[in-house]
Design a binder for this molecule. Sequence first.
Ligand code: LR7
Ligand code: MN
Length: 570
Amino acid sequence: RRIRANAIAILTVAWILGTFYYLWQDSKPHTSPAAAAAAQTRSRSHGQKAAPGRLEIHRDDRTIPLITLTFQQEVHLLGGFDEKAYLAGKQLKPGDDPYREHAFNLQESDRLGSERAIRDTRHYRCASLNYDTDLPSTSIIITFHNEARSTLLRTIKSVLMRSPPSLIQEIILIDDFSSDPEDCQLLSQIPKVHCLRNGRREGLIRSRVRGANTATASILTFLDSHCEVNTDWLQPMIQRVKEDHTRVVSPIIDVISLDNFAYLAASADLRGGFDWSLHFKWEQIPIEQKMARSDPTQPIRTPVIAGGIFVMDKSWFNHLGQYDTHMDIWGGENFELSFRVWMCGGSLEILPCSRVGHVFRKRHPYDFPEGNALTYIKNTRRAAEVWMDEYKQYYYSARPSAQGKAFGSITDRLTLRRKLNCKPFRWYMENVYPELRVPEQEAVSSVLKQGGSCLETHTYDVGYNICAGSNHMNSNLCPLCASQRWELIEPLIRQQDLCLAISAFTSGSKVKMEPCNAKEPRQKWKPKGTALQHMVSGLCLDSNAPTGPLVITQCRPQMASQTWEPQVIT
Ligand code: LR7
Ligand code: MN
């Protein structure tokens, strides 16, 4: 009995110690979620993308068993490639700032080695999902400019170790004119790895197109050059694309700490969004969608993708016009691709059962030959001009410095849009991203002048009258002023809650006031020279001078009775 009691006591102590050790291990490498969230909210106008916030620290440990490849396995995986020599070929010199060259802690990355166990960050239900046994293979495309050898090699090795070999047709590296050509060349000794080197700096967009053009598999998989793919990352994405080739899919992008290289789980409730300055951000899934999600393994529809890590059918990529190759270096291509995919008949989704880690940085470690800001403006202007229709005005208000900046010719992309018969941006706003609010236009009061007369209301009737004088708009002094005061908020011509509307769509129809409704076709107007044109009928507001009631008639430019010049009231 005593022996049994001792055994139980020993077991209990061991269990307690084990639990403490586990908790200590678990919390050791993590930076605080608050710090990550703070990093996300830090403003970046055209800087690096922020890491997704709200990190979940998983306590249910399902760490991948430590990888200890046997010598044979190592040879099988890497062929004649001499990993040690490759990494030793470039090392941080003692005393050097480990962040200087790559904007992450190179010393930590080098110390980690080329392979390590990382936590399986998926929802536990993902592990029991099944995928087709005959999934098509994919070409992995990785473009890089002066990537650190240790991060680049870890990206490649994680792909080779954590993907079913039959799914990896090849890994295509595009060396975007890095200083040392050997960074890439030496890696092509690894089986399946090919290296293409640009003869000059092209930027990630043209580099990816070059990679895609040499790919031999029917499915393309793009990765950044500082990733680590997680357990079964590839099957869910290839499965979704195999089922419907118009889907473009991304994993949840986990965070690899730029300081200590800890692998941190990102929240599974985020999708890609943006503001009107075309600044990418992670945002919560809308609450109704979140409530409707009974199955955490289901795909998440996303208005835009982060851009670097996604899987796409190769024919679909080509059919949709690949990328806009007049975009330079970095930035904006993810919006262009996302708008194009949605508006031209495809869809974008994030697959929670696929996880890929990425080193998020706070600055670009490389130079932009034309400057960071100008490049971002050029690329996003191209996206806005080609895809955003009348909504591009909000882009320009949010980014006034973009006005007048060069962005090259977009004729080819406009032709592509017409050829593909893509839907208008309004459709995208209404169906894909209704949560993106159109900015409230500043209400500016104006009078609408015709010679010495002004457009005026008498409750629900509209006429015109001697202008009451625009300088003293105090209703006591000037009872008529309020009735001559208009707010022009396209497409509405508004006075408090009432809006100018036509009574019928035919020439000669009277104009009246009615409760505002921006969706009501009878209330939609737009300026046409000095005239005000009703958008649907195409007829113009006419005073019918000198006596008649206000009507709409055939637009005749310069006609005095159709001239309504807005004059802002201060
Ligand atoms: O001139 C260049 N040539 C290149 O080949 C500049 C960069 N690159 C390479 C670079 O080495 C890296 O592999 O392009 C890749 C992306 O550049 P990063 O890692 O410096 O930028 P990033 O991680 O902030 O990039 C995100 O936004 C970009 C916008 O153009 C691209 O879409 C990146 O692919 C994208 N990365 C991701 O989506 C990973 C998740 C980050 C987020 C959010
Ligand atoms: Mn990156």
